[in-house]
Design a protein around this ligand. Structure first.
Ligand code: PLP
Length: 416
């Protein structure tokens, strides 16, 4: 008998398992709306032109494959913090140091500890480890619903979590009062996990006015905001607009955590490139926090991969590539907006009961939360070959305009 006899079969991952089932289906109209990955109008994966150009530059330069330091590529850490907080943000300082006769620009993040992470997931996991070690007993509040992996991450890090109300099924909108009440009711000094933009799975974001009130309550309660920014630039098409929630909190001088991912906005899914930023009220605290983040990373994975970090550093650090990236991001966000509009129109035309579908247009980002329950989602898959998560979320990034009508038929059939 195997020594592993008492290890039982793990359940399939609710998101990644959907892609497996999709692959096995041979129906010609099949649609994979499960995973949040951008597809072209032909429903093919897309490698951004700026990524190819950055990779060519790297080849031409003959960049080596030596280990990175534990905290990652310095040029990446510099640009990732600038992209998030804005280059002229007070919390990021560029100090010029004189080295012999030449001026060397040394990055000195005054109040932010930034270290490269294994994309959004790995960055969140590192922050969870920091919470577990230095805030024993502290609770993390996550939105109900949220991206499924948040619960796994905090469970594995042995950090307690509970949910705050977020989604209101009656309006298919934000339960703002519920959210505020739950944040108020949490023990003082809790971590409040917030989606910086394009909330996953609902696609519903607070308005700028609501963000101000959320910040007020978090400040009153001495909570620590913890942003998950997986879609910067992908929600509105603008990097600055999508970072405005984080910047609003930072401008108040609050201490906060921000996990970043380049999976979606640069299409670097498999490169595992992201960062964790901890904004502290003093530079001294930031230096100490950074040293501890490195200490946590070392036994987990030693040091992060270099390829994606170089791509980001090259794209963001080169004005021509940076501007081309923004155009490509606008193009991707634009394609998603256009299928969103087309799906909405098809639903309105086909639906005879006068159901209000306007919630679809109010949602933002890659996803639409359809309000379909588990049984209805099963009908979408079993009868219509539309693969999606069982919470009713569909990824519009996996939809083409050619298939909007088909999807509308499937949704209407499943609702009734
Ligand atoms: N956070 C949210 C809300 C997400 O939706 C995702 C990806 O779907 C991630 C984090 C992390 O993705 P990755 O680890 O690929 O950066």
């Amino acid at each position: 008998a195997s020594r592993f006899e008492n290890i039982t079969m793990a359940p399939p991952d609710p998101i990644l398992g959907v892609s497996e089932a999709f692959k096995a289906d041979t129906h010609e109209m099949k649609l994979n709306l499960g995973v949040g990955a951008y597809r072209t109008e032909d429903l093919q994966p897309y490698v951004l032109n700026v990524v190819k150009k950055a990779e060519n530059l790297m080849l031409e330069r003959g960049d080596n494959k030596e280990y990175l330091p534990i905290e990652g590529l310095a040029a990446f850490n510099k640009v990732t913090a600038e992209l998030l907080f804005g280059t002229d943000n007070q919390i990021i300082l560029q100090k010029k140091k004189r080295k012999s006769v030449i001026d060397v620009c040394v990055f000195c993040s005054l109040k932010v500890a930034t270290i490269q992470g294994l994309s959004g997931t790995g960055s969140l996991r590192l922050a969870a480890a920091l919470i577990e070690r230095y805030f024993p007993g502290a609770k993390v509040l996550i939105s109900s619903p949220t991206w499924g992996n948040h619960k796994n991450i905090f469970n594995d890090a042995r950090v307690q979590w509970s949910e705050y109300r977020y989604y209101d099924p009656n309006t298919v909108g934000l339960d703002f009062n519920g959210m505020i009440a739950d944040i108020k009711a949490a023990p003082d000094g809790s971590f409040i996990l917030l989606h910086g933009c394009a909330h996953n799975p609902t696609g519903i974001d607070p308005t700028p006015e609501q963000w101000e009130i959320i910040a007020d309550v978090i400040q009153e309660k001495n909570h620590i905001p913890f942003f998950d920014v997986a879609y910067q630039g992908f929600a509105s098409g603008s990097l600055d607009t999508d970072a405005s929630s984080v910047r609003l909190f930072a401008a108040r001088g609050m201490e906060l955590l921000v996990a970043q991912s380049y999976s979606k906005n640069l299409g670097l899914y498999a490169e595992r490139i992201g960062a964790i930023n901890v904004v502290c009220s003093t530079a001294d605290a930031a230096t100490r926090v950074k040293s501890q983040l490195k200490r946590l990373a070392r036994p987990m994975y030693s040091n992060p991969p270099v390829h994606g970090a170089r791509i980001v550093a090259n794209v963001v650090g080169n004005p021509e590539l940076f501007s081309e990236w923004k155009d490509e991001m606008e193009m991707m966000a634009g394609r998603i907006k256009s299928v969103r509009q087309k799906l909405y129109s098809s639903l309105c035309t086909k639906e005879k009961t006068g159901k209000d579908w306007s919630f679809i247009l109010k949602q933002i980002g890659m996803f639409s939360f359809t309000g379909l329950n588990k049984a209805q989602s099963d009908n979408m898959t079993n009868k219509w070959h539309v693969y999606m998560t069982k919470d009713g979320r569909i990824s519009l990034a996996g939809l083409s305009s050619a298939k909007c009508e088909y999807l509308a038929d499937a949704i209407i059939d499943s609702y009734h």
